[in-house]
Design a protein around this ligand. Sequence first.
Ligand SMILES: Cc1cc2nc3c(=O)[nH]c(=O)nc-3n(C[C@H](O)[C@H](O)[C@H](O)COP(=O)(O)OP(=O)(O)OC[C@H]3O[C@@H](n4cnc5c(N)ncnc54)[C@H](O)[C@@H]3O)c2cc1C
Length: 364
Amino acid sequence: MRREVLVLGGGLAGAAAAVHLARAGRDVCLIERTPGPHDKVCGEFLSFEAQGELRRIGVEPRMLGAVPIQAVAVEAGRRRAEAPLGFEALSLSRRVLDEALLAKAAETGAEVRRGARVTGLVRDGEGWSVEVEGQGRIGARHVVLATGKHDLRGWRRPDGRQSDLIGFKAYWHLPNAAEGTVELHLFPGGYAGLEMVEGGLANLCLVVGRAGFDGLGRRWERLLSHVLRSCPGLRVRLAGAEPCEGRPLAIGRIPYGFVQEGSDGLWRVGDQAAVIPSFTGEGMSIALHSARLASSFLLAGRGAEAFQRRLARDVRGQVRLSTLISQALVAPGAQAAAGWLLVPPVLRWALWRTRLPETARRRV
Ligand SMILES: Cc1cc2nc3c(=O)[nH]c(=O)nc-3n(C[C@H](O)[C@H](O)[C@H](O)COP(=O)(O)OP(=O)(O)OC[C@H]3O[C@@H](n4cnc5c(N)ncnc54)[C@H](O)[C@@H]3O)c2cc1C
């Protein structure tokens, strides 16, 4: 049977698109390769904008145990600057959040197939043919591509402006918790974010340049020692802390700065459409916004090309500026030069300019 819409990938973008389309009565089938709840490399900071998108879908992060964050702190060596966020952010593990969205998609009427991996995608006349491991081919009129950080074979995204970073994420039991504050610690070759999530755990998420990681023998223990040597504030936080797992989750070749311009016929959403550097905490907001925008264009009978151009216009400025800042943060000598970010008005300006503007969100 040919489906009207196949959504490939059930992260935030895919699940949100499935909810919006199913709610409008469309035939939607979502295919997600993981069989159940799972962790992801993500700082898990939910911006004001992301929270608004979640509420539209009918998911309330506070009801799922999200913890509030009111301030941001940046540390470079012994210098620290702190500023109020100007809104209340929330922090919630992706293990919980992504499941809530997938449950909402199923409840809304979408068919959700778990433990099903897409292995092929080809054009088929006016529509598409999708190969799912162990399940054969499924035909569809429209395909929403939402595989996030992972590219399908033959559909690789081009590199972003900063594509040489590797991301790590690990949970810690923390005796010296940073309640209510998200901390950004700069170290030579990268930066690390620390914030509390539900259940009294702290999420330590960091990115480091590939060359720097190679120089540390590609070993997590050596990278962590390097980070703690360079970040006295983080050293204090992690003193006596216990990691929850032996090894962190990792993701390579993150295409920071990538923005999909134009369309190849697919409806690309989330990280398949744009990748903003993680220090902004705005990736999930863009993922959710792109899903709502794609759904509204598809429901209105407007093409993927028009959607993709409009999304690029919405996010291009923020992605470009954030990538420039991210490049500056990992450049040699960045710690000494990062003084500008430690000036609270500059920090507030950077916070504001790297968010998805309200005008873009309202126009959908
Ligand atoms: C280091 C780091 C820190 C970050 N921190 C934050 C933060 O604090 N706040 C924030 O807002 N954003 C943050 N982000 C960005 C955020 O994680 C992403 O923007 C967001 O997850 C994008 O959602 P998505 O749905 O597009 O992709 P994903 O969340 O990656 O979901 C894609 C889904 O597709 C599935 N999939 C992949 N391939 C296949 C396949 N072949 N078949 C079937 N299913 C498949 C995967 O299993 C996955 O569930 C961070 C990113 C990084 C790298």
